[in-house]
Design a binder for this molecule. Structure first.
Ligand code: SF4
Ligand code: SF4
Length: 668
């Protein structure tokens, strides 16, 4: 007997019918998928079609390689097995279909025999089994373990069970065939062989096996066709939409806000309707698989505020689908739901700290933060609707160039007794120290500025400050949706820096650092920027400052969102701590990419926290669990929020917060 098998064995002359049915379901899928693409394309234009090779690489690494998914072993491995099992089985099915009636007659190509057939059988059985394990793990997790982040709708169960049934009936079909034909080489189909032994223990020819085989074959085929037809109408669409989302991911600096380019002439600002998002932002709505990873890392959600980044995307999707007929002009009069207010509440929008934890954890690169800011822009610039406590903050930024009521002329007062060079007096400096609003006005953070001055002096760095000529970097206004004010401050700062020919800037504040590094170039401001953690580490490593004493205690380090997730600076602060500590760095469970926000980003520093728990207190408790006596931070917002949290919980005797610069300066 030749080492091969007849593809349509025992089912009669049905090849044509099967190909016709396959064409119909594939057509249904393609039609529905094109409708979906048309819906995404209702969004505005956005450039995401460059760097094709990088994009292909992303799909290989994050799609096929599951790089982000595998950061959580259980769901990652389960999905990996299911995904790869299905991919290999799909390829196998395509090979079978093509060679039987298309390639073979035309090209005389018949490769499913001999050794190829044996290995083909072995690999397909192996991956089929792995796929079954993947589905069972997913079902167990979803319906027995029931993690809070997963919500279960009919589609979830139906999709998983459908896949499981396709896989199981595939094996049963194979088992029934082997049980009847019993060729020895089919041992290579090891799973089918075992099923054959169960179906036909006496290993004799039995007519009933033919009936069973035909039954399993048709059920398997029917389910497979149902799967294809159902694809575009279910969460299974993510196989394609999530891949597209990874392909069209942003290669811009993480969390960089898109500017409103023509503030003077544009008539509307921000987004209040789904179609005002870009096509890429609308694609996100279908790419989201509701896996809940973003929600699991969202400080707003974890502190019981109304915001969940997963729900935000799903609410956008529901709004988009409800509006689809009106948008596609099939039914222009169709009643639509307001995106802000009815689909997404204002409380949700103002709860976001723009910490980027959602985006960093999303396996398919959904982008929440720009959407939140776009919706805030509409509220602020078109409707003048925002939490009332930020009214004075906006006003202060306009008149005093800082968020508080301090006069702009006193901005440099913190350095009065230190005789720090002002650029207005002598612009010949090697680097400008951008002090920032907190470092200039907030008493606690002034100490950080002074500590940094001490370090720079010890290293003989020729630096200066702008004093009262420095203005807020514009970051809080932009993140709160006040693009107009943000851009005004940015332009004014760029002008001042141009006057002095500034090229290098040092920051103690990650918010200023991030804005200058990643967003000022949008407006023509290009500088070499340094965060003090990188800068100080370099001073230590190059021997410009000498650490002769050490701090004899264990310290925990709090990663600032804008330093870590936004700019990937995780190691420098830890390296500094290693060099100045006698004790150890006691890491918190939520650290580095998964660090927990202090609660101040996105302008939340100036808003009341009336809903849910206080984020800063949650973070302080996480720090307390390490039993360290000091939290080291590298951001003025974090310093303020964590100091407040310590006081609010009453831990002043047990825990304190110090900036890395203060810790280093204390040893000089
Ligand atoms: S940026 Fe942070 S706070 Fe905002 S939705 Fe994402 S995880 Fe939540
Ligand atoms: S946005 Fe991303 S992380 Fe969040 S639920 Fe959707 S797919 Fe998962």
């Amino acid at each position: 007997m030749e080492t091969t098998r007849e593809i349509f064995w025992n089912v009669g002359n049905v090849a044509l019918l099967v190909y016709l049915l396959a064409a119909v379901v594939v057509f249904i899928f393609i039609y529905a998928f094109i409708q979906r693409i048309k819906l995404w394309k209702i969004g505005k234009e956005e450039k995401r079609k460059d760097q094709i090779w990088e994009r292909i690489k992303s799909v290989l690494v994050f799609g096929f390689g599951h790089k982000r998914l595998l950061t959580e072993p259980y769901p990652g491995i389960s999905h990996f097995l299911l995904f790869w099992g299905f991919v290999i089985l799909l390829l196998g099915t395509i090979i079978i279909f093509l060679q039987e009636d298309i390639l073979s007659p035309i090209f005389n190509l018949f490769f499913l025999h001999g050794n190829f057939y044996l290995w083909f059988s072995l690999i397909l059985d192996l991956f089929g089994l792995l796929a079954i394990i993947g589905v069972l793990l997913a079902l167990y997790r979803r319906y027995i373990l029931k993690p809070e982040r997963l919500d279960n709708v009919f589609d979830d169960a139906f999709s998983l069970i459908l896949i499981l049934l396709i896989l199981v009936t595939g094996f049963l079909t194979e088992g029934a065939r082997i049980a009847f034909t019993r060729p020895d080489f089919e041992r290579w189909s090891f799973a089918g062989w075992q099923i054959a032994l169960i179906l036909n223990p006496s290993w004799t020819e039995s007519e009933s096996l033919l009936i069973w085989h035909r039954f399993f074959w048709w059920v398997h085929l029917g389910l497979a066709f149902l799967f294809i037809g159902y694809l575009a109408y279910s969460k299974l669409l993510h196989i394609f939409s999530s891949s597209l989302s990874v392909f069209f991911r942003s290669f811009e600096p993480k969390g960089k806000l898109d500017p409103i380019l023509d503030m003077e002439n544009q008539e509307t600002f921000g987004v209040s309707k789904a179609e005002e998002f870009t096509w890429r932002q609308l694609l996100d709505a279908d790419a989201c698989t509701r896996c809940g990873r973003c929600q699991d890392n969202c400080p707003a959600h974890l502190s019981e505020k109304p915001l969940s980044p997963k729900k935000l995307i799903q609410d956008l999707k529901t709004n988009l689908l409800l509006s689809a007929k009106a948008l596609q002009k099939e039914n222009p009069d169709e009643q639509r739901k307001n995106l802000i207010g009815e689909s997404i509440s204002e409380d949700e929008l103002w709860a976001c700290t723009t910490c980027l934890a959602c985006q960093e954890s999303c396996p398919v690169f959904v982008e929440q933060v720009q959407k939140v800011v776009d919706l805030r822009r509409y509220l602020v610039l078109m409707e003048a609707k925002f939490p009332q406590e930020i009214t004075p903050m906006f006003k202060n930024l306009e008149t005093n160039y800082n968020p508080w009521a301090f006069g702009f002329a006193s901005r440099g007062d913190w350095a009065k007794d230190l005789e720090v060079k002002l650029l207005s007096e002598d612009k010949n400096v090697d680097i400008l120290f951008w002090v920032g609003c907190s470092g200039s006005y907030d008493d606690r953070n002034k100490k950080v500025s002074q500590a940094l001055v001490k370090i720079l002096r010890a290293a003989n760095i020729n630096f200066g400050i702008l004093g009262q000529e420095e203005k807020c970097c514009g970051e809080p206004a932009r993140r709160m949706g006040n693009e107009y004010l943000g851009q005004m401050l940015i332009q004014e700062n760029i002008e001042i820096l141009k006057n002095y020919g500034v090229k290098k800037i040092l920051f103690a504040c990650p918010h200023g650092y991030n804005t200058f590094k990643n967003e000022y170039p949008q407006f023509g401001g290009e500088y070499q920027v340094y965060h003090h953690t990188d800068f100080i580490l370099d001073l230590i490593q190059s021997g410009k400052i000498k650490i002769t004493k050490k701090i004899d205690e264990n310290i925990t380090y709090h990663d600032s969102c804008y330093l870590g997730r936004y700019n990937d600076i995780y190691d420098s602060p830890r390296e500094i701590l290693k060099r100045i500590l006698e004790g150890k760095i006691k890491e918190m469970e939520r650290r580095r990419e998964k660090s927990f926000c202090c609660g101040a980003g996105g302008g939340r520093m100036w808003m009341e926290e009336n809903l849910g728990k206080r984020i800063n207190q949650l973070r302080v408790k996480q720090a307390q669990e390490t039993e360290a006596k000091t939290i080291a931070s590298a951001c003025p917002y974090c310093l303020t929020m964590l100091s407040d949290g310590i006081k609010e919980i009453g831990l002043e005797e047990k825990l304190e917060v110090n900036d890395i610069a203060e810790l280093v300066a204390s040893l000089l």
